[in-house]
Design a protein around this ligand. Structure first.
Ligand SMILES: [Cu+2]
Length: 156
């Protein structure tokens, strides 16, 4: 009887140790717009800002980011290794599918709109006014340009 009790205690302790990282401080996230910290985005042309809400993006874990794009901004044709969910929060996100940015082949996504792109789907976007979009998915995340010359990380 005593041996069984000790065994249960041992199992309980072992589970407690195993579960503790999952039940850690990050069991929920609540953010308001004022909580966000905006930073430059090396993978996008200059002028865009990113706020990471959930991540990290380079891991096989859910991520949520916001992108703030200035007026008259262009995102050249690119693709991602993971599914992309884009929700437009403010402004207008003009989004098109294909290997080359063509402003005549985009759909104007107003605030409240959403787009979903499967992995490796090539797409491009532009803005006329400041636009904020929220992107979420499951990492690892990356931005790969169709034309390597468009990649700002490869420019001096
Ligand atoms: Cu994209």
């Amino acid at each position: 009887m005593r041996a069984v009790s000790l065994g249960l205690v041992a199992v309980t302790l072992a589970l407690g140790v195993l579960l503790s990282p999952v039940m850690g401080a990050e069991d929920h996230v609540m953010v308001t717009p004022n909580d966000l910290t905006w930073a430059d985005v090396p993978s996008l042309p200059p002028g865009a800002k990113v706020a990471v809400i959930e991540g990290p993006l380079d891991q096989a874990t859910p991520f949520t980011i916001r992108l703030k794009l200035p007026p008259d901004y262009k995102v050249p044709a690119h693709w991602h290794p993971a599914i992309e969910h884009v929700t437009v929060l403010s402004g207008t996100f003009n989004l098109g599918m294909g290997d080359k940015l063509d402003p005549t082949k985009t759909k104007a996504l107003s605030a409240g709109s959403m787009a979903i792109m499967q992995p490796k789907t090539t797409h491009f976007a532009w803005t006329k006014e400041e636009t904020i979009v929220q992107v979420h998915g499951v990492g690892p995340w990356a931005v790969n340009y169709v034309d390597p010359a468009d990649d700002p990380r490869k420019k001096p």
